[in-house]
Design a protein around this ligand. Structure first.
Ligand SMILES: [Fe+2]
Ligand SMILES: [Fe+2]
Length: 304
């Protein structure tokens, strides 16, 4: 597979250009970039960073479907213990500050995808190392959105093809930024940032690969679920829980998503929780997507 040539620049918060538009993002070029980063960063507990703990609990409690998924106070305490083991380096925490100030939806989304992917991983991860890697990956999956203009992120009407292409830039930008700050291209968090819009059947982006990584899939399913049940700029009415689960089931039926991860999400979604491998998912569709949903709709440049 050839190396991507980026159409838009990749830059840091300090407006330092890591790769200008038109660069080839090859492994060698990323290694060269990493070698220029001589900084050492201190690690900080994400859960104890500013209002993060309070905000996660508030977000979970304010959505009825999340209250079912995350269970009672005892289960939430156990989840908080897992989240408490995650430390992030300071430049990455700046990303959360940026979104909290400029795009609150994306701030909330990062925290909920972090909580949900970690919760699913407590059931599905093979061992504690995988659980920890998973827990480190959710809160930064959309890091590359710092390289997408806010007016595109917050646009309420359909995107143009050019805007859609700029939005999709966040995958490769997130991979480069996280690799640069971690001085390592192999961390799961960087892979998740790059691959969380890929699909098992090759229908995703940026590379259109046949994704085969269950840990990435856990973030993908959490990402889609949170996007569906939350208000978005392009869709003020969110999907109800049943319709969101049906949408995700439909994607698993098309082999876009890993069936077992979807089974796990649905099993957590039920009051009486069974082991995910025993969770039977009905195939009939009864939910109705909300009206005025501009997701996935693009307009031609000339009609703007
Ligand atoms: Fe994304
Ligand atoms: Fe996301």
């Amino acid at each position: 597979m050839s190396n991507p040539i980026i159409k838009y620049p990749i830059y840091t918060f300090d407006n330092q250009i890591l790769f200008p538009a038109g660069s080839e993002v090859s492994p060698g070029n990323i290694d060269d970039l990493i070698s220029t980063n001589k900084n050492t960063y201190s690690s900080i507990s994400l859960l104890n960073y500013k209002s993060v703990r309070k905000d996660i609990i508030k977000f979970i409690r304010s959505a009825s479907s999340y209250s079912v998924i995350f269970g009672d106070d005892k289960q939430i305490t156990s989840l908080m213990n897992h989240l408490g083991s995650v430390t992030l380096i300071s430049p990455i925490l700046k990303m959360l500050d940026y979104f909290k100030e400029h795009d609150y939806y994306t701030y909330r989304h990062h925290l909920l995808v972090w909580a949900l992917s970690t919760h699913i991983a407590t059931v599905m991860a093979d061992d504690y190392i995988d659980l920890l890697k998973e827990a480190e990956s959710g809160p930064t999956h959309d890091f590359g959105k710092i390289c997408v203009p806010l007016d595109i992120l917050k646009k309420e009407t359909p995107l143009s093809e050019k805007e859609k292409s700029h939005l999709r830039h966040h995958t490769i930008a997130g991979y480069v930024l996280l690799s640069y700050y971690h001085q390592d291209t192999d961390k799961l968090a960087s892979i998740v940032a790059r691959d969380h819009h890929e699909r098992m059947n090759g229908s995703g982006y940026p590379r259109g690969i046949n994704l085969d990584n269950r840990l990435v899939d856990i973030v993908i399913v959490s990402d889609i679920y949170d996007a569906l049940i939350s208000p978005r700029p392009y869709r003020h009415v969110s999907f109800d829980n049943r319709t969101a689960c049906e949408e995700i089931t439909k994607m698993a039926e098309k082999k876009e998503l890993h069936w077992e991860v979807v089974q796990c999400l649905i099993s957590l979604n039920r009051k009486k929780k069974s082991h995910f491998t025993e969770c039977k998912i009905p195939h009939e569709k009864r939910g109705t997507p909300p009206p005025s949903n501009n997701y996935g709709i693009t307009i031609r440049e000339s009609s703007q």
